[in-house]
Design a protein around this ligand. Structure first.
Ligand SMILES: Nc1ncnc2c1ncn2[C@@H]1O[C@H](COP(=O)(O)OP(=O)(O)OP(=O)(O)O)[C@@H](O)[C@H]1O
Length: 580
């Protein structure tokens, strides 16, 4: 029951609508007593040959009136209770999604995507069931069950009632135990189905790799094994499901037998009339659902409670990226001054960056080069406010970047990663993702500057061509150009290209960089790349190794230092010549 207390904030907030729902339930239950009574009364009148046509019409009219009232009352409670449950689910879903969006990178490293999705779907459904089915089961077992029992005792006979309902608690016990087993089995079945789906998706996505390594037979065998497992688990679910009806029928049969034997005796001894016995049998069948509801209620509440606790735990997680109360609501422009003595990833033992100091004046370009894993992206990630736990300070326009409001700070940056994410939408919407109100002319200009325009013109529907999961596949180079167009459209103060041109050929890269230089004369750019030709024209180039700067300077000065940069440049130049 503690989940009702945990959700009391919502019930209090929505008490009016819940009150309408409960009123609807009470009316349904009270008016539900009349039809069996009317039918029993009819039986007695027929047996005693006292039924007149007028009275018959009156009783039938009564039945119709009761049916109409019940129809309205049912509509009332269904609308109110199911509506409120859906509203709660939507409210919580909105909150949890908002929370996810506020969380830092470390949070997404701690939790697996699948788990976060499960919280936002399964757990919320379980809570929704408390506010809908749970309330209904609770009210139904109390109100419908209670009203029917009272009617049985008052209208018919209290002794018959007590004897006939003796087996009924078994229904509640069955609903609880079997329901619990069903839930566990069903969860296993869902998990098996999702494993099967994952396997199918992985095999289809990785089909080229599977074939190229000749692993088709092993993969098919693995897939078949998963199908067999899924079927075995589903068969178990079906077996449990198949038990529900026969057990219910058996328990009810015992009740009916008791009713007929003892009720028959009461009729014979004229304690009750035959009509009263007929009414009683109807009332008895009306108790089946409240008994089920009672048994199911415990399961609904238990699951809802566990889900609520899991959601609470997620919602209690705090982002380590904290905005100070007096954070500045101004988008930065100007110099970037980066003075980081040391930065260690959360959970790591050794620092990923040590003594990284540089200053980029507004309008200048910084190049970041170095071998794989040397720390180039990490330098950028601190600028993107993914982590704040470094020693030192990064200022943008003389103000520490942690002092800006995130919503004001982030629009200053256009970030283009190596692997860009395309949404399942048109080329146009993907380009104007960060500025949804950009005009077609602006979109086309951005595409032109990133050397994508010609390619889009050749696509089947031009800018209306769908891309992403549900659209056509773009090549690696096209994706990268689209990502650059996306960043250019917001004309950011600081453009960061993190190995963002690795999939385009050197000639196209040079053309794109040339356009960027012309277009962004007063704006700052950081280019991280493995291809040294990308950073040749930068105002300063940092050569990274093991999280430290090992060489720095302009292209010419680095060549004359004859270190890593000069040697790598020579090797890459040779490779290009080789290609020619
Ligand atoms: N989340 C993380 N937790 C712990 N260590 C990490 C994390 N992300 C990156 N690292 C480590 O930090 C180091 C620097 O990685 P980084 O991605 O900055 O290198 P890089 O120079 O950009 O490499 P590449 O050229 O391959 O992109 C690597 O040793 C990497 O394994």
């Amino acid at each position: 029951m503690s989940i009702f207390i945990k959700l009391s904030w919502y019930f209090k907030q929505e008490w009016r609508i819940y009150a309408i729902g409960v009123l609807g339930l009470v009316l349904t239950a009270i008016f539900g007593i009349f039809p069996p009574w009317i039918i029993g009364h009819l039986v007695d009148l027929i047996r005693d040959e006292k039924l007149t046509a007028d009275y018959l019409f009156l009783l039938l009219g009564g039945l119709v009136a009761v049916a109409i009232i019940q129809y309205i009352a049912r509509y009332m409670w269904r609308n109110a209770i199911w509506g409120e449950a859906a509203k709660l689910e939507s409210l919580l879903r909105h909150r949890i999604f908002w929370h996810y969006m506020q969380m830092d990178t470390a949070f997404f490293q701690r939790y697996r995507t699948g788990d976060l999705m499960a919280h936002a779907t399964n757990d919320l459904s379980a809570i929704q069931r408390v506010a809908g089915g749970g309330i209904l089961q609770f009210a139904d077992s109390l109100i419908t069950g209670g009203t029917t029992l009272i009617a049985m005792m008052l209208v018919v006979d209290w002794r018959l009632t007590l004897i006939a309902i003796l087996p009924l608690p078994l229904l509640a016990v069955m609903a609880r135990t079997l329901g619990n087993k069903m839930h566990i089995a069903f969860k296993k079945s869902q998990a098996a189905f999702s494993r099967l789906n994952n396997k199918a998706q992985e095999s289809i996505s990785g089909v080229k790799v599977i074939k190229s390594f000749g692993q088709e037979a092993a993969d098919i065998q693995d897939f078949n094994q998963q199908i067999d497992d899924t079927i075995t688990i589903n068969q178990h679910v079906n077996k449990l499901d198949a038990l529900f009806d026969p057990i219910t029928t058996m328990i009810m049969a015992i009740s009916y037998v008791v009713t007929i034997i003892y009720g028959g005796h009461l009729v014979n001894t004229s304690v009750i009339t035959l009509g009263a016995l007929v009414s009683f049998v109807s009332y008895l069948s009306m108790l089946v659902w409240p008994m089920f509801a009672l048994g199911m209620l415990f399961n609904t509440l238990e699951r809802g409670n566990a889900s609520y606790d899991r959601i609470e735990a997620i919602m209690a997680e705090k982002s380590s990226i904290i905005e100070p109360e007096d954070a500045v609501n101004k988008t930065p422009v100007g110099n970037v001054d980066y003075q980081v003595a040391s930065f260690t990833f959360p959970g790591a033992t050794a620092p990923a960056l040590t003594n990284i100091n540089f200053n980029i004046a507004a309008g200048k370009t910084l190049g970041l080069v170095g071998s794989v894993g040397s720390g180039k992206s990490t330098i950028i990630r601190l600028l993107l406010r993914e982590f704040d736990n470094y020693q030192g300070a990064i200022t943008f326009n003389t103000l520490d970047i942690c002092q800006y409001q995130l919503d004001a700070y982030m629009p200053a940056i256009g970030y283009v990663p190596q692997e860009t994410y395309l949404f399942s939408d048109t080329v146009r919407e993907n380009i104007r993702f960060a500025r949804p109100n950009a005009t077609q002319a602006e979109v086309e200009e951005a595409a032109y500057k990133s050397d994508l325009a010609e390619q889009v013109d050749n696509m089947p529907e031009g800018y209306d061509t769908p891309v992403g999961e549900e659209g056509i596949s773009l090549s690696g180079g096209q994706r990268q150009r689209l990502a650059i167009a996306r960043a250019l459209l917001i004309d950011p103060e600081l453009l960061i290209l993190d190995d963002a041109l690795s999939a385009v050929d050197a000639e196209t890269e040079t053309a794109i960089l040339q356009t960027l230089r012309q277009e962004r004369q007063n704006k700052t750019t950081i280019i991280a790349s493995h291809r040294l030709s990308s950073v040749m024209d930068a105002d300063e180039i940092l050569v990274m190794q093991d999280g430290q700067i090992i060489e720095r300077g302009t292209h010419d000065s680095l060549i004359s230092q004859n270190g890593w940069y000069a040697k790598t440049f020579a090797l890459q130049a040779l490779a290009v010549e080789g290609e020619v």
